[in-house]
Design a protein around this ligand. Structure first.
Ligand code: ATP
Length: 221
């Protein structure tokens, strides 16, 4: 019998993509034995006080960052939709693409998990996917009561238990390399003309500097 496909969605603003995202994606792929991790930029980052970079530019930086990394894919499907973009619609489209038996995972960092109860109908996502919550340095707040209840109801304690069914469960993982990198800091440093060397892939850094992205002025880098 062939093994069902194992697929993950790692959504975010990727404004810009950094090595914390990329290393998490690779380690998630290996920890869960995933065939493909779809890294999917959201169309609308919240309003920011730094110069805006278009969704298309964020997707292109993501493509540049991933290069030919096996099992990682820059996926622009949320940019093709009109109107607000809900993760549940993206999961529905991935489920449609991979079929009923695929093991579909939505992966989020602990910070994003803490905001899950503010989402539009969070329970709906379990009809399509499992939720894998990745520990993130500097983000260790306790979950709210509804999120604790969700963990009580759905949490499993191993990858094999998670992969026994196509969707509906929660697994918390701590990946081997935890990196305290955030896009917020990268935008701030670029805005101040500071170096982001080794925080993003070199090709991403070159594109950012060449095109003047996130910078208020051309720095003496
Ligand atoms: P910002 O600082 O602009 O909020 P961010 O660095 O948190 O951005 P996002 O694009 O919002 O990046 O994150 C996408 C997903 O990746 C989220 O689920 C987030 O928790 C996770 N993530 C981001 N940075 C890391 C990291 N360093 N380690 C593990 N997970 C991360």
């Amino acid at each position: 019998m062939t093994r069902p496909a194992r697929i993950a969605m790692l959504g975010g603003t990727f404004d810009p993509v950094h090595n914390g995202h990329l290393r998490s994606a690779v380690e998630l792929r290996d920890a869960l034995g995933l065939d493909t991790v779809h890294m999917i930029p959201a169309p609308q980052p919240p309003l920011r006080d730094t110069p805006q970079v278009s969704p298309q530019q964020r997707l292109e930086l993501l493509q540049t960052a991933i290069g030919d990394t096996p099992g990682l894919k820059a996926d622009g499907r949320e940019l093709e939709r009109d109107g607000p973009s809900y993760s549940v619609d993206t999961l529905r489209s991935l489920r449609h693409e991979y079929g009923e038996q695929a093991r579909l995972v939505m992966a989020i960092g602990w910070d994003a998990f803490l905001r899950l109860d503010q989402w539009h109908k969070p329970e709906q996502l379990f009809a399509f996917a499992h939720l894998v919550v990745i520990a993130r340095p500097g983000h260790a707040d306790a979950p709210s009561r509804p999120l604790m209840e969700l963990l009580d109801e759905r949490e499993v304690d191993s990858v094999s238990r998670l992969m026994a069914s196509p969707h509906g469960q929660v697994l918390r993982v701590t990946l081997p390399s935890t990196m305290a990198i955030s896009a917020t800091h990268i935008r701030q440093w670029l805005g101040q003309g500071k170096s982001v060397r080794f925080l993003v892939p070199e090709a991403v850094e070159s594109t950012i500097l060449r095109e003047g992205l996130y910078q208020r002025w051309q720095s003496a880098y």
